[in-house]
Design a protein around this ligand. Sequence first.
Ligand code: PMP
Length: 446
Amino acid sequence: MFPDFTSKSAQLYERACKVMPGGNTRTSLFWPPYQIYADRGSGSRVVDVDGVERTDFHYNFTVLIHGHSHPAVVERIQDQAGKITCVSYATEAEIELAELLCSRVPSFEKIRFTNSGTEATMNALKAARGYTGRSKFAKCEGAYHGTFDAFEVSIAPGPDNWGDRKRPASIPASKGTTKGIVDDVVIIPFNDPEGAERILQEHAKDLAAVFMDVMPVRVGLIPASTEFLKMLRDFTTKNGALLILDEVISFRLDHRGGQTVFGIDPDLTTLGKFIGGGLPVGAIAGKDEFMAVFDPRGEGPAVWHGGTFNANPMSMIAGLASMKLLTHESFVRLGTLGEHARERIREVFRIAGIPWQVSGIGSLFRIHPSERELKDYRSYYQSGEEKGQIEWLMVYLLNHGILMNRMGIGALSTVTREEEIEQLAEMLLAGLRAMKKDGIIKEAQR
Ligand code: PMP
């Protein structure tokens, strides 16, 4: 049972605390009172160091789209490791992965690889600034675009500091974020075309870019409206700013990405997660005109983009193996399975008599402990009590063979089976009943 202070994970955590702040090196993995340590994974199953096996419904925050240790990917990684792992040359593998991605997505005319989604968004911002000569950028309240102080502005504001709904305050998440950085970030309300446009107009001449995620996880994994996306596309085109679509997560929605599903044509796109087949990766892709700022020929690049491990052959080879397995049909199947999972979860809420809801599209889902209509960050925002309820439920699942993340976010993979969705539904129902019995869900919510 979690937590168990005699477990190997708890002991490892104690050891980690001596050499890492709070024993942690990745904030989102901290699951108080300690972290669980992995031993191995295979397909949809993951085993921790205490030998506890769970069905993975998170897949390292959506990365492992073919599950753990897919044989075709492992084989290519093993083969490449024996040949060369990284080198002071380019490799053909980077061209192959670039060709594959550019052939799939119409807006990808050129591409560059990074080591993470954060590096992709940081360098996309640099590209936009280099191209336009402007310094500000806009992002939606609540949206996350990587672990970098500028992108962390207003990722988690609350009622005590978020200000007027029509004019959200810019709230830095990290202490020490300079005033200059905060002043350069324009926060707009998600899915409010008029309100957002009014704010954007005020900064029109200074905006290098608008960053957008069509279904931001931290805004509740709810889709952007067509009107909102259209306003952003029109505004950026008219005012000479770049529309940068952050598809680090939404690229999972279709073999041509979320941009195809939502019918939006961005100037630049940032990628990460599964395109590296489970190894560290990120990418910036987009229109020739904007990507040209990175071109080192002639007088050298207008925008510098180094990186010792950029396009390292291990990530490129693993990414290629993984992406080749992902056909249009794979995404159709993932979408159908995802719809089935969300429907089963809704059914569980009905049977338990608990008016909660589940959001998401394709292979992604998120559980919400409320019945409020979810349309933006503020309607999604969870009270302390609601957060506590989700965390309780996620610990219950953890103790009954299922791994999701603490915030109730889930993902399926191509190896997820219907029986596993049944297992998830069954355990959710049992967990919700236990919550009712223990009074964790109050009468008013039933
Ligand atoms: N953008 C989005 C939408 C993300 O969800 C994330 C990470 N979850 C990032 C950027 C940053 O990617 P990474 O963690 O690979 O740096």
